[in-house]
Design a protein around this ligand. Structure first.
Ligand SMILES: Nc1ncnc2c1ncn2[C@@H]1O[C@H](COP(=O)(O)OP(=O)(O)OP(=O)(O)O)[C@@H](O)[C@H]1O
Ligand SMILES: [Mg+2]
Length: 244
């Protein structure tokens, strides 16, 4: 099977500083992959390159079998198959319906299809009752659920979650995890998750990447990484010995 992501010898610099240097990453479809590592280790940068939002300086990116040449049409086509939810999601002015419908409107879906997709997506996140609520008055956790519903409404092949439950109470976080798992299993969505919640990574991920100083120092099944980390840095990070 063609991997969803194939990254080879990726380097990203800001000014003189090399913030990412990845030899090789292959991610196959329909998996939940967690990217772990300390602040500043390059997790978001890596995710943004995979989502075609930040351009790498050297190396090659292949997504869904296509070599990325960063041409406008290719970017548009592939970006439409991927959506991203960040830690603090932006809500547009208007109600929850408008916010969830947003991606479908720009994809020019007919209005009737949009309503059905929005309703389905909100239902999946347990947020149907909020459909007419003003999006800006929602609580942090509710916003996050709406943001995930918005991302899902377009039925992406890939969903990027960058610390999606960082501001969320434990009960709602567990609920969101349940939805993430459901989406992955039932819709076959590939999920790339960045989290500082190690328990969450362990509960959700099929595969874990551990980043350190721009490099991927270890990768493996969640079980192997959490139970038998091979790299000293992974071991100390997971045991909480590393102080940042
Ligand atoms: N646009 C930018 N301009 C300059 N430096 C940047 C930019 N984006 C990221 N960096 C730097 O690149 C490094 C990696 O940042 P990145 O956001 O990928 O880290 P991260 O692993 O996501 O960290 P965190 O856990 O804090 O979110 C950091 O040192 C950061 O300061
Ligand atoms: Mg980050």
């Amino acid at each position: 099977m063609t991997p969803v992501f194939k990254l080879h010898k990726i380097i990203k610099r800001y000014g003189q500083r090399e913030v990412l240097h990845i030899e090789e990453i292959n991610i196959h479809g329909q998996k939940i992959c967690a990217i772990l590592g300390p602040n500043g280790s390059g997790k978001t940068t890596l995710m943004r390159i995979m989502g075609l939002l930040t351009r790498n300086d050297t190396g090659t990116v292949n997504i869904l079998g296509e070599d990325i040449h960063w041409g406008k049409e290719q970017l548009l086509k592939l970006r439409r198959q991927m959506t991203m939810v960040t830690q603090t999601s932006f809500m547009f002015e208007g109600n929850v319906y408008d916010n969830v419908a947003y991606g479908l409107k720009i994809r020019r879906m007919p209005e009737r299809g949009i309503r059905a997709a929005v309703e389905k997506s909100l239902e999946l996140l347990g947020m149907s009752a909020f459909i007419a609520a003003d999006a800006r008055n929602l609580s942090g956790g509710e916003r996050q659920k709406v943001a995930i519903a918005r991302a899902l409404a377009v039925e992406p092949r890939v969903l990027f979650l960058d610390e999606p439950t960082a501001n969320i109470d434990p009960q709602s976080a567990v609920e969101i995890e349940r939805h993430v798992r459901f989406i992955n299993r039932e819709l076959g969505t590939t999920i790339i998750l960045v989290t500082h919640n190690l328990f969450q990574a362990r509960r959700l991920a099929d595969e874990v990447f551990f980043m350190w100083d721009g490099k991927m120092v270890e990768r493996g099944s969640a079980k192997d990484i959490f139970e038998q980390p091979q790299d000293e840095r992974t071991r100390s990070f997971l045991s909480g010995e590393t102080v940042f």
